[in-house]
Design a protein around this ligand. Sequence first.
Ligand code: CA
Length: 355
Amino acid sequence: MRWVLIVPLWVFLDQSVTVEERGYSQVNTCVDLPTFNYKQKPTTSRVQCAVACSQEPNCMSFSIPMTGPSLCYLNNATFKHTGCSYGTFKHFSLEKSPERPCWHGGSYNTTTSDCICYNGYIGNWCQTLMQDCSEGWNLPYYNKLKAVFSIHPITSPYPFKVFCEMVHKGKLVILRNTPDALNVDFNRTFTEYKDGFGDLEGNVWMGLQRFHYLTNHRNMTFKVVVKTSGVAIKMTDFRQRFYNDFRVSNETDGYRFTFSASEIKPGTSALGDCLTDMVGLPFSTIDNDRDTKVGNCAKIHLSGWWYKKCGPCNPMGKLQPTSERIQNDDPWYIHMPIDGDLAALEVKLMLSYHG
Ligand SMILES: [Ca+2]
């Protein structure tokens, strides 16, 4: 089933999620910098300071200087309203009380005594903001869970849903191309590749714009996993390769990617490298040919990708028929750099934070 992106007007307004919407309210108090201040961080806005506070389990309030939000002061207790408002700081406290036990706009279920969290927050009291899957992985009760979560990367103007695998520091699915889920056609337009398509729990492409938001402010590791099968070994196998500090640029720049290093990890079977040669190339689709070939690689392979002339891989190509266990030369099938006479039967591209 396809999921349709409904993009409300407010997503285009930067910082449209206000401090108040993040669950903090300004407190009138004569306290200057409180004794319960425990950390200071550089910041450029009140919203950024609120995000910083919401990512720390012990942060209950934050303060910023009246002269401007150059430094964000994180505090481990809340302020009391005194009706007094002079001082050199503005203070913002989490709204949490016996009447409103859930933070950041979460709703309380009196039957189960649980908070139902929204807009990228998780935790018993919706206290933690998820920027990718790593924050969920840090909370023991999501351990090993594979499910859809709402996240809100700090540079994204809106929260959005992703599929997280809460293993190995928390992995987020960018692409899943598998025969184990309903078929999704990857032969799509540039707009569709930009916005994302497919089913979050099945075959899916998360979208280039989200890929950009997920990688433009944190050091993310991009993982390519290919499931193979061969006549000789008659068993499935997984080949993997990792790309450190992976970044995708913005739409104006053509969603080009960079990374610092490519590596194989001990204990995993090696997958060849098909991305190094594509660094600096814009993303190509059937209706936006930006490859360096005279023809259109996206039309040849029936899928979008970072193509050159055209290149050694097309992870969004058609799946090999299950009866065919050797590599098929037709260009519309998935091709991945696997040693030997093996077909790529499934591809997953994932991101994880290794801050
Ligand atoms: Ca071309």
